[in-house]
Design a protein around this ligand. Structure first.
Ligand code: C5P
Length: 212
């Protein structure tokens, strides 16, 4: 089975020395990639900038920086994949203009205009063929269930992994996580707090013993 996974944050440049990003460490996506290699899958890892060792045994490692880079890397490869897990924390907005020169400070406030990036997973939801499985993540600080279910619907996903962020031991940066996996079929599976490696193994077993 060919499985593509995206991981980590993206960086959206403001000028040659500054960028907008988020707290994603890439740990969950890398744990999924490692567990998938161990399960014998052909794994394609598309990764934003992280401080993690590249997993052994990948079919391909594709380093990217911005949301636009990630969109291209993922959409180019998706047609030949059996499944895609979108674990990356893709920036939703980027600066309208990237200054070619370093922006110097001036008196008073500064306004930075931002524009939407492409929602990569939503694009894939529109491209998806019947045999392909699409899995998203919903990292939320509130209304976890409702927001996760609405993302599954809007992005045409087969599964969505909902996790709380902003709580110690969960989500960004942490070595542990707890998720609830919602399936399009209505199935709901709770995974209590555990290390991301164990969680990754359990999630893959649940998702791929049912389909693919
Ligand atoms: O940002 P949001 O909460 O909508 O993210 C939910 C899912 O959509 C995640 O799996 C994330 O990887 C994906 N996403 C994306 N492109 C974006 C924003 C989010 O693929 N621009």
């Amino acid at each position: 089975m060919k499985l593509m996974i995206s991981a980590g944050p993206t960086r959206e440049a403001i000028d040659p020395v500054r960028f907008i990003t988020n707290h994603s460490s890439g740990k969950m996506g890398y744990a999924l990639a490692e567990a998938a290699v161990a399960a014998g899958y052909e794994v394609y890892l598309v990764s934003g900038p992280v401080n993690l060792k590249q997993p052994d045994g990948l079919a391909e490692f594709i380093p990217v920086i911005s949301a636009a880079d990630m969109a291209k890397a993922v959409k180019d490869r998706f047609p030949v994949m059996d499944a895609f897990i979108s674990c990356a924390a893709v920036a939703d907005y980027r600066p309208v203009e990237i200054s070619a020169q370093k922006i110097h400070k001036q008196d008073g406030d500064m306004i930075l205009r931002l524009e939407r990036t492409e929602d990569i997973l939503q694009s894939l939801g529109q491209m998806k063929a019947a045999h392909q499985t699409l899995i998203g993540f919903a990292a939320e600080t509130e209304d976890l269930r409702a927001r996760a279910l609405s993302k599954m619907e809007r992005k045409n996903l087969d599964w969505i992994a909902a996790n709380t962020v902003g709580v110690p031991g969960r989500g960004f940066q942490a070595d542990t996580n707890a998720v609830t996996l919602y399936a399009r079929t209505g199935e709901v599976v709770d995974f209590p707090l555990t290390d991301k490696k164990t969680l990754a193994e359990q999630m893959l077993q649940t998702i791929f013993s049912k389909k693919g």
